[in-house]
Write a new protein. Structure first.
Lengths: 257, 257
């Protein structure tokens, strides 16, 4: 059943998943994770039990992805790279899908090689919840002012030290990042509004998008003024910013190379 | 804890739910259903254990609703009707939400009083699945031609005998219905297209929307020509139409009064 050994090759997968039922990307001994599922499916299609998958981003428990990228190496896949997703999808659970696979150099590193990433954060603003979208958004009851939230967001665009937006747990030496895009679109949805925040940067700190979302909502609901964002950036203190927004609103959209 | 008894009153609820984890609306002895959850929550807020909820539509296993309507009667709710949803939502599971409640006459019948209903059916057309939307659409791999599907849909608009689109199990004497609207919109989504079919009629036969969706996809993927829909209508034979499309694509959007 195992394909014969050949030359060692590296492949970059593009993965989409509904993270609701997983304890994030990274393999854990006692809990289901995306990495464990992907590696197990890769082992099945290659016959190589030791195959490892390395992602560009270790998404947290409950966080989703449309364009996660992960790299694996094997000498046991002889067909074209673009056949990998079809083989893999027959072995993956329904909430994880391989969208694409391409050949990459053997020393390709999915995070270091990337020039940036884009995330989406969705907020549903209404007095009653939307049960159909609940797995994909943060439900905020208090009325949000989109204009105020957009004004606040504008202070985050460009190169800044995002230390105040970094959760503890995975600290980075250098907390300066460049946010090249931060948009918030609103659309009428059921009995309220669905706000979609899209943020693109050359890199992200731990929980940075969820901390930005939580902080912008403080402005949106009128607890703080838009200019307060400047103070938060200048404070270099995580406690000054808003609370971390819940995971289900977050989705890794694309990793740029 | 129970509110005191007062005058008997009737209320019409508007309900939204993710039907994934339920065996449809109608109460069943061994399985979780929407009706059982709603009645149990109503019993909690009214203190009336015998309260019954009657829906305009007995949605099937896995079918969703944004605008289901259901009526209940009690003499134990003394506050304004619009307070009911907030009370009820604290007792309902997260995948069922009461959006609204209004006073109705005691003899109000949620189906007979209605002048029509609108359903949505979503189809995701791509070679690889979308795991984030999988609970809300039918994944069709074979390429769909939207123009052909729209041409086919046009034959169903107006007054017709929809006998061929009625599944067995809940037969109606009169199978003539008037479809006042049947639109199909397409939008690019992930690696494919998401097609949203919206159908409004003065009434629906058992599985009518899912049978229409299954039949239109036969045309969309090129197995039949659009004009074939005329033959299906004329055949008065369920076996001539396409297979019943799966439940997760279906959502009851609105009941008109």
């Amino acid at each position: 059943m195992s394909p014969p050994e050949g030359e060692l090759r590296a492949y970059r997968l593009t993965l989409a998943y509904d993270g609701t039922n997983y304890f994030g990307w990274q393999r854990q001994p006692e809990h289901p994770t995306i990495q464990a599922c992907v590696e197990s499916a890769l082992a099945e299609i290659t016959g190589d039990e030791r195959v490892k998958a390395y992602a560009s981003s270790r998404t947290d428990t409950g966080v989703h992805a449309i364009g996660q990228s992960a790299v694996f190496r094997t000498c046991r896949w002889q067909a074209a790279a673009d056949k990998i997703p079809f083989a893999l999808n027959t072995k993956l659970p329904a909430d994880i899908v391989a969208r694409d696979a391409i050949d990459v150099p053997l020393d390709f590193h999915p995070l270091r090689a990337s020039t940036g990433k884009r995330y989406r954060y969705q907020i549903y603003n209404a007095r009653k919840a939307d049960p159909l979208g609940a797995r994909m958004h943060w439900w905020v009851r208090k009325r949000i002012n989109l204009t105020a939230m957009r004004e606040a967001a504008a202070f985050l665009v460009g190169e800044h030290d995002f230390f105040s937006f970094q959760s503890t747990g995975s600290p980075r030496q250098n907390t300066v990042r460049t946010v090249s895009q931060l948009t918030i679109e609103g659309q009428q949805h059921m009995d309220g509004d669905l706000y979609t925040l899209e943020i693109q940067a050359n890199g992200f700190l731990y929980n940075m998008v969820r901390n930005i979302a939580g902080t912008l909502v403080q402005v949106g609901v009128g607890r703080e003024r838009p200019e307060w964002i400047r103070d938060v950036l200048a404070a270099y203190d995580r406690r000054v910013a808003g609370a971390t927004a819940p995971p289900q609103g977050l989705c890794l959209m694309e990793v740029y190379y």
